[in-house]
Design a protein around this ligand. Structure first.
Ligand code: F6P
Length: 323
């Protein structure tokens, strides 16, 4: 394998830049030519390629987001779009592609690998909903940003005897909410997998208030049906339901844009280097992940279109520790 391309796709995640850097420099070390593709799958369709040198990926390991840009491409999902992408790759003699992204992106990887191009995916999404890895690039940083917000809200909550509803990202997966909630000592965590109804949230807050707590935190994952606005209007109907005065904070994209944690930089580095190794070994149609403290390769058909289940024991643990 002599010429490879690297792209980032889907929602950006802290550590994507560190992964691009690792892919580029380890490929250059193996005398490969590396092309960066702008704007994810769309750039592959439109022919937005740029050859990358070691210097081009300098000074980015500490920067969140992706300097290549990212996009969700409807065109690549059409056969005509994929044919254009194939032509663009063939023109440059590129026979290997590294795709850094989450669930939707790795579905694209699978499609491309079916067309005879060697494709290796790198697990990267703040949602951590991708199978084939215990943890995805970006998730650790997103947990820490959510946690920092929880800590701040707890401090001000304590001063004013308030409870806060904190809504974090995660799409249909509650992992981010569970981990940040556990680390932040949340009184309640509600996720798409185990949604806590507003009436039960009220009961738990009331109980916390009666136990003499001066603050309370409810972490809500974005994918729940009863989101923070709905919960707030339920509580507004009867202010005595919880004891506490209530406020809500929706974190949204704030959790996605932070500089990557040390963990995410190291994970991205490990996965990036091993993606290039996989291509050099002739592997294709696989995702590089981190499982049981080791780099692993998992066939894409085993993971695409599925969501990794969350560990429900952690939710029970959080409930017990909120006493
Ligand atoms: O998949 C990452 C993610 O940040 C999800 O947590 C969230 O649901 C989604 O992307 C938001 O997408 P967009 O950036 O397109 O609004």
């Amino acid at each position: 394998m002599k010429h490879i391309a690297v792209l980032t796709s889907g929602g950006d995640a802290p550590g994507m830049n560190a992964a691009i850097r690792a892919v580029t420099r380890s490929a250059l070390d193996q005398d490969m030519t590396v092309y960066g593709v702008r704007q994810g799958w769309q750039g592959l369709v439109d022919g937005q390629f740029r050859q990358l040198s070691a210097r081009d990926v300098g000074g980015i390991i500490q920067v969140g987001g992706t300097f290549l840009g990212s996009a969700r491409s409807a065109e690549f999902r059409q056969e005509s779009g994929r044919s254009k992408a194939l032509r663009n790759l063939a023109q440059r003699g590129i026979d290997g592609v590294v795709v850094i992204g989450g669930n939707g992106s790795q579905t694209g990887s699978y499609m491309l690998s079916q067309l005879g191009i060697h494709v290796v995916g790198i697990a990267s999404t703040i949602d951590n909903d991708l199978l084939g890895t215990d943890i995805s690039i970006g998730c650790d940083t997103a947990i820490n940003v959510t946690l920092e917000a929880i800590d701040h809200l707890r401090t001000t909550g304590s001063s004013h005897n308030r409870a806060f509803l904190v809504e974090t990202m995660g799409r249909d997966c509650g992992y981010l909410a569970i981990m940040a909630g556990l680390a932040g000592g949340a009184e309640v965590i509600s996720t798409p997998e185990f949604e806590v109804p507003a009436s039960e949230i009220a009961q738990r807050l009331r109980a916390a208030y009666e136990r003499g707590k001066t603050h309370a935190i409810v972490v809500i994952a974005e994918g729940v049906k009863e989101n923070s606005t709905k919960i707030l209007s339920y509580f507004d109907a009867d202010k005595q339901r919880t004891g506490f005065e209530l406020r809500t904070t929706t974190l949204g994209h704030v959790v996605r844009g932070a500089p990557p944690s040390a963990f995410d930089r190291i994970l991205a580095t490990r996965l990036g280097v091993n993606a290039v190794k996989a291509l050099a070994n002739g592997d294709t149609g696989v995702v590089v992940g981190w499982q049981k403290n080791e780099v692993t390769l998992t066939p894409l058909p085993d993971i695409v279109g599925r969501i990794k289940p969350v560990d429900t024991e952690l939710l029970e643990l959080a409930r017990i520790l909120a006493k």
